[in-house]
Design a protein around this ligand. Structure first.
Ligand SMILES: Nc1ncnc2c1ncn2[C@@H]1O[C@H](COP(=O)(O)OP(=O)(O)OP(=O)(O)O)[C@@H](O)[C@H]1O
Ligand SMILES: [Mg+2]
Length: 700
């Protein structure tokens, strides 16, 4: 009885929680609805402007503010200072990785445009190889604008005319281009108001500026009402209902896209609007703006952004509209005067098309009005890897993705794009690692800079795109022959090899050959990685490696300072154990002549850490860590015949060995991120390397 009551009470509580959740969400959505659908008189709008003058900013200023509203971070790479714009890092499902320098360039241009320094009268052209994220960047900007205009900070406004139709009913006629309400004021009044508003905006920010007349529809109603009110424009303004505008590509408000199609199916009305024949019947004249649809792509994109896909494939008839829109901020619909527009014009093109532009006299006018921003392929493995991690991870793929798979995909992608360095002894893999900020013996940040200067076009030409790799990923994931449960690097390599065979983007046969060679280098790199990993798994008893490290350190300290060490077992004082120290140092190729230097270096390193209040650990020094691991591995490997791993475990009869293999597999699963399948694969593979007997080949 008691129980039942308690249960009922609980149910009631859940129901009332849900109810209040729905209520509060509903209230929120009503609030949002109300604020997004705000409307008021012209005078309400003026009051609103006084409290927030930025409401009247132009499209460049708004886009710039939108990106900045997500915040920025600064960081250093190769001694240079960079800004990272959080906006590009994660907008829902869209993220742009790397490209910091290029996005900085883009933002500088927007900033300069927002201050009226000139770029606002140019086409901003994203230029790069196929699949370098040009479209993704534009999509992000569009989405960002849509969201921003739904916030208080990003709000913008336009208006409708309250007029009487021919039946005598009051109707609202919205401005078809969502023009700024201040444009309704006579020029001199408008500029005084703008001047006053500018006084309230801080000096290091942009200034508001509002030129251009009303569009033909607005002009029509304005003139009609002026006549009605005998030239009293304040009375005309009483017919104006100001309303909030939310930009939306789907609703064709403030965001548009133009895509070149073949000549026959496209004409200029797509950009500048067309006569509406149904309305023409009603209004009787082709020059009556009410009989015209101001819905060309340039017109609907007013206040926001227009994207020109493959801009250089544009037919010449469209070129003049584009040039006018860019240089004069005006377009000319048929039969009407020029209509002012305010929108960011963003084009993109791949480099093959761009080469054509540079050779085409006819396009010279466009070239001259273009600001080109390179969007190259990424050359940093860690950034490229993020692309694949973003698309292929636990939540998107129902297969286990084995460790290193996305890393190797990224490594191949980067390596395919690099130019050979003129530096002696610099392998292409080493170059990729250096670009990735990893240390490579014998090279420094200075070398990175030199190599970058040596190959200024690196990333813009040649190599495979992220899209190519994505295709191989998705093929490998769905391919039933590639294993049912997990996707590992071997499968991806096989798929990339297939992909390369049928890839048509190579510049030459030679180039194709190089791609296959580089794929092999990446596969070799994988050999090294897994060998090391299995070694680690075998010797990854932390206790053992800690003990070995302490032992080694005690010995080198004693050696350098010419003291005795206490033998942990016997408690006796002994001289430093030269044999032990050497057996470790040899593992990383420290010769007898170099040993003193190495021991001192380790001591200095410890001293350096201690001075910073940090503790020296077995993995503090990369080189020593490697040596310790190898030593431990040597000591333990004989207890487990690695070559036996290459056999099918079902045929291994030695029970003790089976247990050891199993323990190793478990360690790979728990500490290294494998699943059972991929752990088996990797053990078999490493076993086969050891069986071949080339286990001692060294890295870097
Ligand atoms: N730097 C990057 N950050 C995030 N994703 C990227 C990056 N580079 C490429 N991609 C991915 O590559 C794919 C192709 O990108 P997108 O379609 O934007 O390229 P594009 O430059 O417009 O290519 P095209 O010239 O062929 O039109 C997308 O899935 C995108 O996510
Ligand atoms: Mg594209």
């Amino acid at each position: 009885m008691e129980n039942k009551k308690r249960h009922e009470k609980k149910e009631k509580k859940v129901a009332s929680d849900l109810e209040s959740l729905i209520k509060s969400e509903n209230n929120k959505s009503i609030d949002t609805y109300n604020s997004l659908n705000w409307s008021g008189s012209f005078w309400d709008y003026i009051a609103l402007l006084e409290s927030n003058p930025k409401v009247a900013r132009n499209s460049y200023q708004r886009l710039y503010d939108m990106v900045m509203s997500h915040g920025t971070e600064e960081f250093k790479y190769c001694k240079r200072q960079y800004v990272k714009y959080n906006f590009f890092q994660g907008l829902g499902d869209i993220s742009i990785y790397g490209l910091e320098e290029n996005l900085m360039e883009f933002m500088d241009i927007l900033k300069s445009a927002s201050r009226h320094y000139g770029p606002e009268r140019r086409v901003i052209l994203l230029h790069g190889p196929v699949g370098s994220s040009k479209s993704t960047i534009v999509t992000a900007l569009k989405k960002g604008l849509e969201q921003y205009t739904q916030t208080e900070d990003g709000a913008l406004y336009s208006f409708s005319w309250k007029v009487t139709d021919k039946n005598g009913d009051d109707v609202l006629v919205p401005c078809p281009m969502n023009e700024e309400p201040l444009k309704l004021l006579p020029d001199d009044v408008r500029s005084q108001i703008i001047n006053n508003l500018n006084k309230t905006i801080s000096a290091d920010e942009y200034k508001l500026k509002l030129d251009g007349s009303l569009n033909p529809v607005n002009e029509f109603y304005y003139n009609q009402l002026m006549e009605m009110h005998g030239g009293d424009y304040r009375k005309v303004l009483d017919h104006v209902v100001v309303r909030r505008v939310v930009l939306s590509e789907k609703n064709r408000v403030g965001i548009g896209t133009f895509q070149p199609k073949d000549e026959k199916s496209q004409d200029a009305t797509e950009l500048t609007g067309d006569i509406n024949y149904r309305k023409l019947a009603e209004y009787g004249s082709e020059s009556d703006p009410r009989a015209f649809d101001f819905d060309g792509e340039f017109l609907v994109s007013n206040r926001g952004l227009i994207e020109f896909q493959e801009i250089l494939k544009l037919q010449t008839e469209f070129l003049y509209d584009l040039l006018g829109a860019t240089q004069e901020h005006r377009v000319k619909p048929r039969r009407f005067n020029q209509v002012p527009i305010d929108e960011v014009i963003l084009g993109h093109t791949n480099n093959a098309e761009f080469e054509k532009l540079t050779n085409n006299k006819f396009m010279e006018a466009l070239r001259d009005r273009t600001i080109k921003i390179d969007i190259p392929y990424l050359l940093k493995i860690s950034e490229e890897k993020k692309i694949y991690d973003h698309f292929y991870n636990k939540s998107t793929v129902n297969k286990h993705i084995a460790p290193h798979t996305t890393f190797l995909a990224a490594l191949f992608a980067v390596v395919s794009r690099l130019e050979e360095s003129s530096k002696q002894d610099m392998s292409i893999i080493q170059k990729a690692k250096l670009y990735n900020g990893q240390s490579v013996h014998g090279f420094t940040d200075e070398h990175v800079k030199e190599m970058q200067e040596e190959s200024p076009k690196e990333g813009l030409y040649g190599g495979v795109s992220a899209r190519f790799i994505q295709n191989q990923f998705s093929n490998a994931i769905v391919n039933p022959r590639m294993g049912a449960k997990s996707l590992n690097p071997f499968m991806l390599f096989a798929q990339i090899r297939e992909g390369l065979k049928s890839y048509s983007g190579f510049q030459s046969e030679d180039n194709k050959k190089i791609m296959f060679e580089r794929l092999e280098l990446v596969e070799k790199e994988y050999d090294r990685i897994v060998k090391r990993e299995v070694q680690q798994a075998l010797s990854s008893s932390e206790e053992a490696i800690k003990a070995l490290c302490t032992n080694y350190i005690d010995n080198i300290v004693a050696y350098i300072q010419d003291e005795k060490v206490t033998n942990l077992v016997t408690g006796k004082e002994e001289t430093a154990n030269e044999q032990l120290m050497r057996s470790i140092e040899e593992k990383i190729g420290i010769s007898n002549g170099m040993k003193d230097d190495f021991r001192r270096e380790i001591m200095n390193y410890m001293g350096g850490l201690a001075a910073k209040g940090k503790e020296f650990k077995y993995d503090s020094n990369e080189q020593l860590y490697k040596a310790l691991e190898k030593k431990l591995f040597e000591d333990t490997k004989d207890s487990i015949k690695l070559s036996a791993l290459a056999q099918d475990t079902a045929t291994v009869v030695d029970k003790e060995l089976l247990e050891k293999i199993d323990a190793l597999k478990q360690r790979l699963i728990t500490s290294f991120g494998y699943d059972a399948d991929s752990a088996s694969d990797v053990l078999t593979y490493v076993g086969s390397i050891f069986a071949r007997g080339d286990a001692d080949e060294d890295e870097d």
